[in-house]
Design a protein around this ligand. Structure first.
Ligand SMILES: *Cc1c(COP(=O)(O)O)cnc(C)c1O
Length: 376
């Protein structure tokens, strides 16, 4: 029995057109600035999210970390007196600053503590009910650094909010969060790993969700379907500095046009395709909601993610010591459906190019059998 693999949209495989584009890509040494395919990808990516420039990075994690590293030590852009508050904030943050973000965000939970290890930063993780940060809570969390507390150095927003179930952050909320950042002269970073999913779900251009931020990272390697790569976008000065930090972190890639060629197809054709992933996730969610043992909020399924809490009827009736996610994943695997943990008690399923309507129906049949099997 071939398992239906719903663990992540990172399991997309390059299609034949991508493989052909990769084989025929025009390349050069990108660290020397001489790879025309990477250049083209960076130009088109910047335009797609409404920014001046972009940098091709191997992973979204590196894109996020390069951005936070720069935001935590903004180099003075004009010669200014250090006694001037804005100039002081720009030039003198060495380490120990805080990044305000969702406590369940990728930055906090899934990047191996990178902001602390690389940049000496602490995440200030806020509770985000339903996945959405509250601008007033963000405002209250901003700390100017009065000699007693860590100083806020940046605000980071995720869109879509993956672990909350792929929730798209609407433009009005995004604007309200950006307004807080502006009021406090703080840079704002968008972890837009799936910002194109958000744009498709909300029916707005990705630039509407991304252009107001000082920096934006998005992934080609998820639902857009490329095998590797992410883009870090921002102003020309920011991206020039980001290029230096990428090299410092070991992310300077040479004939990366081989990857960028696939990335270009993903960027051009991927967003329109996401509609199918979203429809498949909605079908999956509706089907699960009808089964006993799958607790989920149907109204919250808006993109390609379905998060549910396994009910005790799936787990032999008793609260498992290892948590409901760890207890249910092997049972689902046995039934022929692969899933991943969202947190201790919740399971995440994702749709992507490799998952068709038939696969969704098959997954529902298999999980249905699991749900209706007599309990031990
Ligand atoms: C996947 C992802 C990233 C980047 O992950 P990489 O595996 O490093 O490319 C960042 N943020 C979110 C929300 C993600 O889902």
């Amino acid at each position: 029995m071939r398992p239906i693999d719903l663990r992540s949209d990172t399991f997309t495989l390059p299609d034949p057109a991508m493989r052909r584009a990769m084989a025929g890509a025009e390349v050069g040494d990108d660290v020397w600035g001489e790879d025309p395919t990477v250049r083209r990808l960076e130009e088109e990516a910047a335009e797609a999210v409404g920014h001046e420039a972009a940098l091709f990075v191997p992973t979204g994690t590196m894109g996020n970390q390069v951005a936070l590293h720069l935001h935590s030590r903004r180099a003075p852009q004009t010669a200014g007196s250090a006694s001037e508050p804005a100039a002081a904030r720009r030039g003198w943050n060495i380490a120990g600053g805080e990044v305000i973000c969702d406590r369940a965000s990728h930055l906090v939970e899934w990047e191996m503590g990178a902001m602390a290890a690389i940049s000496g930063l602490l995440p200030r993780g806020l509770e985000a009910p339903g996945g959405l940060l509250d601008p007033e809570a963000v405002e209250r969390a901003v700390d100017p650094g009065d000699g007693f507390h860590p100083r806020t150095v940046a605000i980071a927003v995720e869109n879509t909010v993956n672990m909350a179930g792929g929730i798209p952050v609407p433009p009005e909320l995004s604007d309200a969060l950006l307004a807080v950042a502006r009021r406090h002269d703080l840079p704002a970073h968008l972890d837009g790993a799936r910002v194109f999913n958000a744009a498709v779900a909300l029916g707005v251009p990705a630039a509407r969700l991304a252009s107001g931020y000082d920096s934006v990272m998005f992934c080609l390697s998820k639902g857009l379907g490329a095998p590797v790569g992410s883009l870090l976008c921002g102003g020309a000065y920011f991206v020039a500095e980001a290029r230096r930090v990428r090299k410092m972190l070991g992310g300077g890639m040479r004939q990366a046009g081989v990857l960028a060629a696939a990335g270009l197809l993903a960027l051009r054709g991927g967003p329109a395709r996401l509609v199918a992933d979203h429809a498949n996730a909605a079908r999956l969610a509706r089907g699960l909601a009808e089964l006993p043992g799958f607790e989920l909020n149907l109204a919250a399924v808006a993109t390609n993610v379905v998060v549910f809490r396994p009910g005790l009827e799936l787990l032999g009736g008793e609260e498992p010591a290892e948590g409901r996610a760890a207890a249910s994943l092997p049972r689902m695997r046995q039934a022929g459906v692969l899933a991943s943990p969202a947190d201790r008690d919740r399971v995440r399923l994702m749709t992507y190019t490799g998952i068709g309507e038939r696969d969704v129906e098959t997954a529902l049949e298999r999980l249905g059998r699991l749900a209706h099997r007599p309990l031990r």
